[in-house]
Design a protein around this ligand. Structure first.
Ligand code: IPD
Ligand code: CA
Length: 285
C-alpha cells in the first residue's frame, strides 16, 4: 500500500511523542491512585481541572518543544490559561492531557491522554492512552490503527436498529444554549430510541468514545460542543480503523468546528446525521 508522507520526519515525530505519552501515563496513573487532587473549575461548574491535567500538559509540551522547536501546540490547559488557539500550516500538536477529567476526579477509570499531530492542517497521527485500563490506541495516516500494537477495525453495522451508540447529554452546552439545549439533547436520544437503537453508552471521554468506535465495540458517536483536543488524536484512529469521522451535518470534519460524528460505516453515519437536531458553534482558531 503506498504510504502518503506529509513530512519526511513524521515517523520520528510520532515515535518521540509515543514515548512521552507513555511517561505521562505513569504520572496520570500515580495521581489516580492518590486519594485526591486539587480540583478547580474553568468555564462552568462542570468544567474541571486538576494539578495533574496541568502537570501532564506541561510535561508533554516541554518535551515536544525541546525536541521539535519549530512545532506549535494547542493544549486544553494552555488555552484555559489564556493562550490563543492558532491553527497554522506548521506541524501542530493538539493535546488533551486528561480527557475525562470528571472521571479522573471521581476515580472512574475512563481517562485518556490525547496527542494528535496536524501538518498543513491535516490530521496525520493520533495517540489516545488510558493508563488505568492500559489501552493504548495509535494511528498514523496510511498505516492503520492499533490498540496495544494489535490492529483494530471499526464495526460494519449499517443501521441504527443494530447499533450501540455513544452519546452524552453534554450538559456543558447549557452555558451556550440554556434549557433549549436539554430539549435538543433529549430529543436526539429519543429519536434514536424510536429508531430501535440497541443502547446508549457514555464513557465521559470523547476520545474514549471515539477509540471504542475505532475498535468496533461501539458503532457510532456524536457530540456537540467538544474541542479540537478532545477529538484530533482519536479522529485519525477512527479513520485508520476504517470508520468515518465527519461534521454531524454530513460534511467533512472541521477539527476546530466544535462538533463531531463518527461511525463504523458511512451508511450508519448518514442515518444518524439525518435524524439529529443540529446546533452550530463559532469555529475555533
Ligand atoms: C470532556 C469529555 C467529555 C465531553 C466534553 C469534554 P474533559 O473533556 O471529553 O466526554 O462530553 O465535551 O470537554 O473536560 O474531560 O477534558
Ligand atoms: Ca477533553
Amino acid at each position: 500500500m503506498p504510504v502518503d508522507y506529509a513530512h519526511p520526519e513524521e515517523d520520528r515525530f510520532f515515535n518521540f511523542a509515543l514515548e512521552l505519552v507513555k511517561k505521562a501515563g505513569r504520572l496520570v496513573r500515580d495521581a489516580f491512585d492518590q486519594p485526591s487532587s486539587n480540583v478547580q473549575t474553568k468555564a462552568s461548574n462542570t468544567d474541571l481541572v486538576t494539578e495533574t491535567d496541568q502537570a501532564v500538559e506541561a510535561m508533554l509540551i516541554k518535551g515536544l518543544a525541546a525536541e521539535f522547536p519549530e512545532h506549535k501546540f494547542i493544549g486544553e490547559e494552555s488555552v484555559a490559561g489564556g493562550q490563543k488557539i492558532e491553527y497554522t500550516n506548521a506541524p501542530t500538536w493538539i493535546i488533551d492531557p486528561i480527557d475525562g477529567t470528571t472521571n479522573f476526579v471521581h476515580r472512574i477509570p475512563m481517562v485518556a491522554i490525547c496527542v494528535g499531530l496536524a501538518i498543513k492542517k491535516e490530521l496525520r497521527a493520533g495517540i489516545v492512552y488510558n493508563p488505568i485500563t492500559n489501552e493504548l490506541f495509535t494511528a498514523q495516516v496510511g498505516r492503520g490503527a492499533f490498540k496495544n500494537g494489535f490492529p483494530i477495525k471499526s464495526s460494519q453495522t449499517e443501521v441504527i436498529s443494530k447499533a450501540v451508540i455513544c452519546a452524552s447529554l453534554g450538559i456543558h452546552n447549557m452555558v451556550t444554549f440554556g434549557e433549549r439545549w436539554l430539549e435538543i439533547a433529549l430529543g436526539n436520544h429519543k429519536c434514536q430510541v424510536l429508531a430501535g437503537v440497541r443502547g446508549h453508552r457514555s464513557f465521559g471521554s470523547a476520545a474514549i468514545n471515539m477509540a471504542y468506535v475505532a475498535q468496533g465495540c461501539v458503532d457510532a458517536y456524536a457530540e456537540y460542543g467538544i474541542h479540537a483536543w478532545d477529538i484530533a488524536a482519536a479522529a485519525v484512529i477512527v479513520k485508520e480503523a476504517g470508520g468515518v469521522v465527519i461534521d454531524p451535518l454530513g460534511s467533512e470534519l472541521n477539527v476546530m468546528g466544535r462538533k463531531v460524528l463518527c461511525a463504523g460505516t458511512r451508511k450508519l453515519a448518514d442515518e444518524l446525521s439525518g435524524m439529529l437536531t443540529h446546533v452550530d458553534f463559532e469555529p475555533e482558531g
